[in-house]
Design a protein around this ligand. Structure first.
Ligand SMILES: [Zn+2]
Ligand SMILES: [Zn+2]
Length: 262
């Protein structure tokens, strides 16, 4: 059984828990650690879990909303941490004071295993040193985590073929961003090909990934100032032929309930 629960999404801090159960074995991967250890603990407790229940952490890239509290988490729990070599260099990962057995380098298209969870990282176009997003499977069902990318490259589309569920970035509405008070350089960065997906771009990508067994798309990493949940839901629903109410939106503070991948 494969399921996931977002614990918080957006520029205030990202964290998603992915859980695979095979017989008596349960494996849990935390994707990104942008929440303080205290806050992470609070949100895990709300799901009847503790920090100890996390088996490993995967960091997608060095932006603070993703890596911000990974070092404290790793030092406190002794859990293994995975990230790309570029992210490791950008964040001085090897100087964090972790034991060598905690430090793991992830590579594009190279599968690694955590109990019965198989993880396939893949590179994405984003303005970080070597950003990776990931595809996870328990052997029978597949899900993709895809936030922080400027456009849906052919490699991304290829990496996420035939997933049953997606946690997909819907960062901004183009018009809200264009009319926002953000400085021009920041608007350009966000809207650019190495920035973040607009609702339209997410919808286009969703369309490219639709197949009969894609049952769930959760909208994530919404900008609090330049987007609204209903705008993302409407356009994703249109693109995939479902109802807007069938598109859950990851809340910046509360994340999502558990979603099983089937
Ligand atoms: Zn981010
Ligand atoms: Zn980022």
């Amino acid at each position: 059984m494969l399921r996931f629960k977002n614990l918080g999404s957006g520029s205030a801090g990202n964290a998603t828990l992915i859980e695979a159960t095979c017989g008596l074995q349960v494996s849990r991967l935390l994707v990104d650690c942008g929440l303080s250890v205290r806050e992470l603990n609070r949100r895990l407790l709300a799901a009847d879990l503790t920090l100890e229940d996390v088996d490993a952490v995967f960091i997608t890239h060095e932006h603070a909303d993703h890596i911000g509290h990974a070092k404290s988490f790793a030092l406190r729990t002794g859990k293994p941490v995975w990230m790309s070599r570029g992210t490791a260099l950008a964040s001085q990962f090897f100087d964090w004071g972790l034991s060598p057995s905690q430090c793991h380098i992830a590579r594009d298209s190279q599968v690694f295993e955590l109990g019965c969870l198989q993880i396939t990282p893949f590179t994405v176009p984003h303005d970080a040193r070597e950003p990776l997003q990931l595809r996870c499977t328990d052997g029978s069902h597949h899900m993709g985590v895809l936030t922080d990318l400027g456009h849906g490259s052919a490699h991304v589309v290829q990496a996420l073929q035939r997933c049953h569920a997606l946690l997909l970035e819907c960062n901004h509405d183009r018009e809200l961003l264009a009319n926002s008070t953000y400085p021009p350089f920041l608007k350009k960065r966000i809207a650019g090909p190495q920035g973040h997906l607009s609702n339209e771009e997410s919808a286009e990508l969703a369309k490219a990934l639709v197949h009969p067994q894609l049952n769930l798309i959760v909208a994530a990493h919404l900008s609090e100032r330049n987007n609204r949940p209903e705008l993302a839901q409407d356009i994703l629903a249109q693109a995939t032929g479902c109802a807007a109410a069938d598109i859950p939106v990851a809340d910046p503070l509360n994340g999502t309930p558990w979603h099983s991948v089937h």
